[in-house]
Ligand binder design. Structure first.
Ligand code: ZN
Length: 268
């Protein structure tokens, strides 16, 4: 079993939300619950307050540095359209698309439209134009799909998608590879609540169960989704968990590949 790591970019700044939604006040309410239930430290809480002044919720560069150091060739999914709780502008998205390409990152689209073929096509074309890429994949924001989404994505020309969360091996829909994934940060650390419900140790134990299950099912690839937003001292459990996960997989001699390398292996 090899591992495929990906990151969804849901936020760039805090201020992009101010006139658009209530994410920031809700987040601080949640942070207070996490502080009073002992899930986060006072230090972590104040780091979050500090983020208000830094106006930064993306951690693409520090995450990329960590990944490079650990030979993790990951993929960043970035949106070119606005959706639930995702409101950064296309201009800022374009800036990061170019910057990540310069940094040598693999990038794909974080899709918003999942119900309508024309709109799916439109997002595909916008990303293609902004990135100047022809071969790329997608993950839907909140992994939203209906019975037609994946077929429609294959039709518009995506090379791969990873919006399905299940214990299945990659499979093909038309010319598109679907890469089901098994590990998502929020599902481990928050679920079943809306705020942090597990501590670091509990999160690791839960993760090992998923890794073992994937291994026992003989899955060729273990899919991991970690949001760059949490690679920060404001989210210590999340960041520590991700760093632990990469080191744990390395210690188990599990190799990291990106989607394109996996497709090459699958089509051999
Ligand atoms: Zn998302």
């Amino acid at each position: 079993m090899k591992a495929i790591v990906s990151h969804d970019i849901d936020h760039l700044t805090l201020s992009e939300h101010y006139l658009k939604d209530l994410i920031v006040p809700k987040y601080f309410l949640r942070s207070k619950i996490e502080l009073f239930t002992g899930k986060i430290s006072l230090h972590e809480f104040f780091n979050r307050v500090g983020d208000l002044y830094k106006d930064q919720w993306q951690h693409i560069e520090t995450l990329n540095e960590f990944n490079l150091k650990h030979q993790v060739s990951s993929t960043y999914f970035i949106a070119v359209n606005q959706g639930i709780g995702l409101v950064y502008s296309q201009k800022n998205s374009e800036f990061w698309i170019h910057k990540m390409i310069e940094m040598g990152c693999n990038i794909g689209l974080h899709g918003i439209e999942f119900e309508n073929l024309e709109k799916i096509q439109m997002e595909y074309e916008v990303f293609k134009k902004l990135s100047n890429m022809h071969y790329f994949g997608c993950r839907m924001h909140y992994i939203r799909t209906n019975e037609n989404t994946l077929n429609n994505m294959a039709k518009v020309g995506y090379s791969f998608d990873s919006s399905e969360m299940s214990f299945k091996a990659p499979y093909k829909i038309g010319n598109m590879w679907e890469f089901p994934f098994q590990i998502m940060d929020g599902y481990i650390i928050q679920k079943p609540k809306q705020w942090q419900s597990k501590n670091f140790k509990q999160s690791c134990e839960e993760t090992i169960k998923i890794i073992d299950k994937s291994f026992n099912l003989n899955l060729p690839y273990l899919g991991i989704d970690f949001h760059d937003r949490y690679f920060s001292d404001s989210h210590k459990t999340w960041k520590d968990w991700y760093m632990w996960l990469i080191e744990y997989l390395s210690s188990q001699k599990i190799e990291f590949v990106d989607y394109k390398q996996a497709i090459k292996e699958l089509e051999k």
